[in-house]
Every structure is written in C-alpha cells, then in structure tokens.
Unconditional design. Structure first.
Length: 144
C-alpha cells in the first residue's frame, strides 16, 4: 500500500521520534514502544500508528516472495512488537480498519510519528468520529 502524503499535513516538531522503518531502513530491529515496557502496553491501542502500519507493510511484502512464504505473519509481527501475543483475528481486524480509513486521517496520523496524539487508540477514535459526522450529514430530513 502506498501512503499519499497531502501537502496540508501538520508535521510534528523535529524532536519527535520517527517510525522504526524510517530510521532503520525496514530492518528487523524495531523499537515500537519507546521507553515503555511492552508488558505495560495493550496492542494495538497503546502503540503508534506509524509502527503498526509499518508492520502491515512489512507483513505484506515479507510474507510472500515469488509465490513462496519467506516469513510468517507471526514472525514479522514479533519483530515489530516483541513480547506481544500475536492474535491473527485482531491483526486482520486492525489491518482492515486501516485499509478502510479515510486517506486524510491515515496520512495525518502516520506522519505524526511517535507522538502521544498518534497512538492507535486516538486514530481509531478519529476515524469513528469522522464516520459519525459523515453519517449525520447524510441524514435526510423528511419532516417537510
């Protein structure tokens, strides 16, 4: 999946930590939890959007190569989120949520890097708010 970066994005200050893939060139050494102990974190809600999306991308490109499996989803997931139990259904639910989210929100949260405001929980809440607003705008008033 290619993420289109819109020119009106509000980028975080330079002091914000970038995502793992941008600093490590997509290597398998991912530190997605910053200084927090990963046992204190709940996946996906407490993790950064950029790290979760980088995992989605790596899973898509690494699991199949030339029609043959090179690594399993579980192996790639463990590289990004060491110590976190892999639950296939949760992984796919969150991946589908990402794929169906508005591009504007995907770009904004991904580009925010490792900021508190760019945690997965904040992203899902923003998507749900936008969907609710759009649904309310589509209500037809039949009282006339």
């Amino acid at each position: 999946m290619i993420i289109e970066v819109k020119p009106k994005l509000h980028l975080p200050p330079a002091s914000v930590l970038p995502c793992a893939a941008s600093t490590l060139g997509g290597s398998s050494l991912h530190n997605t939890s910053g200084n927090q102990d990963s046992t204190d974190l709940e996946w996906p809600r407490d993790y950064y959007v950029c790290d979760i999306v980088d995992c989605f991308k790596d899973c898509k490109t690494s699991v199949r190569h030339g029609g043959r499996k090179t690594r399993t989803l579980q192996v790639v997931f463990a590289e990004f989120f060491p110590g976190v139990d892999f639950k296939r259904s949760t992984y796919h639910d969150q991946r589908n949520f990402w794929l169906q989210a508005p591009e504007s929100l995907k770009g904004r949260f991904y580009e925010a890097g490792r900021t508190k405001a760019a945690k997965w929980l904040a992203f899902t809440a923003a998507v749900r708010r936008q969907r609710a607003t759009q649904a309310a705008d589509n209500v037809i008033d039949l009282t006339d």
